[in-house]
Unconditional design. Structure first.
Length: 582
């Protein structure tokens, strides 16, 4: 269903989305390149795709729906067969009685609406949506194939011939044949596809005495995915070694490698680690999306005064910004969000990383490779000679890297990096342990962030209030008076509210989300290095002394930030305590 150009122009200008001059320039380019005016407006960043689609829906008198993050029940999704949905860009997403709501790119396609009406014997209610929403829904068709994939795996495993270890040692040809068996290829492809569709960050393939256990890490939590017969183990290991270009006949030493997989729907870089264990070789694969875009600091969960402190530090031309937390707490993602802010034509940004998790345009990214002597320290030495304004070091792991990073911050660079410490204040004693001079630390550090990732509650969630025994139990883990004060300061609750009156939320399990969570968000504490903190650094104060002073100056702890998000219904108290106590 097309919209008259003059009518579209009139509505866009009336809505104040762009100026008349901008529309004229876009129209000239559309005529020159023979593109639709809508495509030009979006590609030049003049109007967001969703904004334009909403406007078109308003003009056409058809409701707009955003299904980009919608989890559609499989029984409703399957009302329209996948080939038809894919060909005509139409998705069944909601059913009430005899009414079926369908999301479309072209609600004027009356033939397909009539066809579905006859096939499903339902009243069809068309809705306009974005192409991204259609893509998200089309991926979910594959999720409904999980049971079928499980059957394929069981059937295929039955015809896999196990490679005897005594025969396999030193006999690469046998292992290569096992890796190229169609059943093995299908099993490995299925495991990868399952993991990507379920948004897993890691795949664990663990041989035991009698079977092979496959687990996926989803939103930071490991879940059993499937159990395979022991006979499948050698073929799976061989297949992954072939993909990663590793030694097939090496079973006694750990090996690391990587490979890529690419389809129409996704493109992933897979980082592989193989470790010999008592019952075989364990494989862990980290899935890194090559099409994922860096998140903003706001999308990660930073807000208010904490966000302002970080943004102020990013405006400084020199110094050091550190992000701390355990493995898997989103530190690197936070650094990428910072680089996205700094990434302008007049700034030269260089990085040394292990691994490169996101590709970023206009940023010079270097991958660490210890096998050839390219470590964080040697890479950092070379980066300094590349005339950078901003340097990102993936992690400060040793004394040499710490010294070089501090020196780079002293000599006119803004340095971003990470450290493995539990809280923001703990980063300072850690640097001193790495033989960094306290007076140099105090003169280079701008701000320290500490963070964890908590799972987000699904929109369907249960309200509840704390009972007296629960409050007593919480008091063991955090300062409840401080938490209550912070909630009032942030205006999350009213001044006279007590802990017993605050409405918190629990997960409500569903078929699509059995645990009631989907996605993750950060909880943070931000420690700006003011004069009082600098004095404590020079005096080599303890972590607790620095923490106490920072709290006096208004620093919110991760626990307090977590409670704010729990009271807002973003996450649950149990989830906040789970990550804080790890």
């Amino acid at each position: 269903m097309s919209i008259d150009l003059e009518r579209l122009k009139s509505f866009i200008l009336d809505a104040g989305l762009i100026s008349s001059e901008q529309f004229k320039r876009a129209q000239k380019r559309a005529d020159k390149t023979k593109q639709k005016i809508e495509d030009v407006l979006i590609s030049e960043g003049l109007i967001a795709r969703e904004e334009l689609t909403k406007l078109e829906a308003y003009i056409l008198g058809i409701p707009f729906v955003n299904i980009e993050k919608e989890i559609i029940p499989s029984d409703i999704l399957k009302i329209i067969p996948e080939p038809i949905a894919r060909k005509h860009n139409i998705i069944a997403f909601r059913k009430k009685g005899q009414n079926l709501e369908v999301a479309m790119i072209d609600p004027g396609d009356l033939r397909i609406i009539e066809f579905i009406k006859k096939k499903a014997d339902l009243k069809i209610l068309p809705r306009l949506t974005t192409i991204e929403g259609i893509k998200n829904a089309l991926k979910q068709y594959q999720k409904t194939l999980e049971a079928e994939f499980g059957e394929i795996i069981k059937k295929e495993v039955g015809i896999i011939k196990p490679v005897q270890e005594e025969e396999a040692v030193g006999e690469q040809e046998d292992l290569r044949k096992a890796a190229e068996d169609l059943p093995v290829i299908r099993i490995v492809d299925t495991l990868m596809r399952h993991a990507i569709l379920q948004r897993a960050s890691d795949i664990h393939i663990e041989p035991t005495e009698k079977e092979v256990i496959v687990r996926y890490r989803i939103d930071g939590i490991l879940h059993d995915a499937m159990v395979l017969p022991k006979a499948a183990s050698s073929g799976i290991v061989a297949r992954i070694k072939v993909l990663s270009n590793l030694k097939l006949d090496e079973h006694r030493l750990p090996q690391d490698g990587r490979f890529k997989i690419e389809t129409e729907d996704y493109k992933y870089s897979i980082r592989v680690s193989i470790l010999p264990i008592f019952s075989g070789e364990k494989i862990v694969m980290r899935l890194l999306s090559e099409t994922a875009e860096a998140l903003t600091l706001e999308a990660m969960g930073l807000s208010g005064e904490m966000l302002e402190r970080v943004q102020d530090s990013l405006k400084k031309p020199t110094g050091m910004i550190l992000v701390t937390g355990p493995t898997g707490s989103g530190k690197t993602t936070t650094l990428y969000a910072m680089m996205e802010i700094l990434n302008t034509p007049e700034i030269n940004i260089s990085t040394v990383e292990d691994p490169i998790e996101y590709r970023m345009s206009r940023i010079n990214q270097t991958q660490v490779n210890p096998k050839i002597g390219l470590t964080f320290a040697s890479g950092l030495r070379s980066l300094v000679r590349q005339d950078p304004d901003v340097i990102m070091v993936g992690e400060i792991r040793d004394n040499e890297t710490a010294g070089l990073a501090i020196n780079a911050a002293l000599t006119g660079h803004l340095v971003l990096s990470t450290l493995h410490t539990n809280d923001a204040a703990g980063a300072i004693p850690r640097l001193i342990d790495m033989k960094a001079e306290p007076f140099l630390i105090s003169s280079t550090l701008n701000v320290i962030l500490a963070q964890r990732l908590v799972r987000r509650l699904c929109p369907e969630k249960e309200k509840y209030t704390l009972k007296e025994p629960e409050i007593k139990n919480l008091a063991k883990y955090c300062d409840l008076d401080s938490v209550l004060k912070v909630l009032k300061e942030e205006k999350v609750i009213k001044t006279k509210t007590t802990l017993k009156n605050i409405e918190f939320y629990r997960p409500k399990p569903s078929k699509e989300n059995p645990e009631g969570y989907r996605g993750r968000i950060g909880i943070f504490e931000v420690l700006p290095i003011r004069e009082t903190i600098k004095d404590l650094i020079v005096k080599q104060a303890t972590t607790s002394q620095i923490q106490t002073q920072a709290k006096k100056e208004g620093m919110r702890t991760m626990t307090e930030d977590g409670f704010i998000k729990a009271a807002q219904g973003i996450t649950s108290i149990e989830e906040v305590l789970r990550v804080i106590m790890e």
